[in-house]
Design a protein around this ligand. Structure first.
Ligand SMILES: Cc1ncc(COP(=O)(O)O)c(C=O)c1O
Length: 417
């Protein structure tokens, strides 16, 4: 993968073993075989520090946030706001007010569509997505376009799974109001040139919503450098708890946007006749959030920061290259998504076998992979396939995990093809 990071010293096996030791889920057998977890793009396993933080919160600090005068409420609020500050630093946002807690990437994208999108779109306007998007970055825009009489346009991709940037430039017009694009594809692994796309979109007056669901665990995110207007991601794909995520939005946009859900926390003053709204981020955080999840998320962010992206990328890139090399030597195996600039997601098909059968046979070997359309059905249609087998690699995966995957696939191909 090409990414402008300082080179890391080679990652030692002891480093990876020390990382693995922090993940209790990894140390089990499945169907009598040691578990090989290669489904982190669906959800990553959680380090002990995250599990401890969840337990600590419920054992010591459990209270509602922003609304109690007592000590526990103060501790819970401080812990929640500490995570907001951690996320701010993690994505290099200028202001904590730009970090809105949500239930995850899907919720964040829906929030933008239902607020900014509803307010900004007029009949005849256009929203631009790409052919490689996850359903979470397609359906909310389809729903919005239907509601507003706007048009959804699609940036095409090539067979390797790269965006056709010339086509993007041609599709961008003064009618384009929103560009919604994944930072990294969950099926292909492709990393998209967000900074360049933002520049072009802004020149036409469009805002850019970045789906960073897959990027957060693999790429350093700098929203100020990208200059994106919104950015969404979930905690759970980056070693954090499920049910928690973030929407980043530029403060000026958030201030001008209508609120999302109505309820407690998002108000300044309520009378039976009229309500005035709180300022961002609280304006978009109606009701009691997933406090425990948010508090424990901080431990996951600390886990990533402690390793550091240069080291993480050096490790994952080496594993990805090794895995791609081994798998493509196996007869009947075809890799899906071969762009040079990728996160550590390796999808493939076995010609003559259904992806679900391959997944179940791998499971019998103790190997957990994702099978199916991976919530990218339009991409499957473009590729002319029904589904893929997806192995996704994370900080805790080893060369031995990849060897076991390749051995198992080879055995399956020999027996069944
Ligand atoms: C690229 C991409 N976008 C959005 C999502 C949705 O994330 P979540 O289910 O955490 O809301 C996913 C999940 O797989 C994803 O891979």
């Amino acid at each position: 993968m090409i990414h402008p990071l300082p080179p890391s010293a080679p990652v030692q096996n002891e480093d990876i073993q020390a990382i693995r030791a922090q993940f209790p889920t990894l140390h089990q057998t499945v169907h009598g075989k040691p578990l090989i977890y290669l489904d982190s793009a669906a959800t990553a396993q959680k380090p002990q520090a995250v599990l401890d933080a969840l337990a600590h919160y419920y054992q010591q600090d459990n209270a509602n946030v922003h609304r109690g005068a007592h000590a526990l409420a103060g501790r819970a609020t401080a812990a929640l706001e500490a995570t907001r500050e951690c996320v701010r630093q993690f994505i290099h946002a200028a202001d904590g007010a730009e970090v809105i807690f949500t239930a995850g990437a899907t919720a964040s994208i829906n929030l933008v569509a239902a607020t900014y999108g509803q307010a900004a779109l007029q009949p005849g306007d256009e929203v631009l997505i790409s052919h490689m998007e996850h359903h979470a970055n397609i359906v909310p825009w389809q729903m919005l376009c239907q509601a507003k009489g706007a048009q959804l346009k699609v940036i095409p991709i090539n067979e390797r799974g790269e965006l056709l940037l010339a086509a993007f430039s041609e599709l961008l017009t003064s009618r384009t109001k929103i560009v919604a694009i994944s930072y990294a594809s969950n099926t292909l692994g492709t990393i998209n040139p967000i900074k360049e796309m933002v520049k072009q979109a802004h020149a036409q007056g469009a805002v850019v919503v970045v789906d960073a669901a897959q990027a957060a665990a693999h790429l350093p995110i700098n929203v100020q450098e990208l200059d994106c207007d919104f950015l969404a991601f979930s905690a759970h794909k980056a070693y954090g708890p499920t049910g928690v995520g973030v929407l980043y939005g530029k403060k000026t946009l958030l201030e001008a946007m209508p609120p999302y859900q109505g309820g407690g926390e998002m108000i300044r003053e309520v009378t039976l006749a009229h309500t005035t709204y709180n300022s961002p981020p609280y304006k978009f955080e109606a009701g009691t959030p997933n406090i425990a999840g948010i508090v424990a998320w901080r431990a996951a962010l600390d886990f990533i920061t402690a390793i550091g992206f240069p080291k993480l990328q050096a490790h994952e890139d080496a594993l990805l290259t090794y895995a791609a090399d081994l798998l493509q030597r196996i007869p009947n195996v075809r890799l899906i998504g071969t762009a040079p600039n990728k996160i550590s997601v390796l999808s493939f098909v076995v010609e003559g076998m259904h992806h679900l059968d391959v997944g179940m046979l791998l499971d019998a070997h103790g190997i957990a992979v994702r099978t199916g359309h991976s919530c990218t059905q339009p991409l499957m249609d473009f590729l002319g396939i029904e589904g893929v087998i997806r192995a996704s690699l994370a900080a805790y995966n080893t060369k031995e995990d990849v060897d076991r995957l390749a051995e198992a696939v080879e055995k399956i191909v020999k027996t069944h093809c």
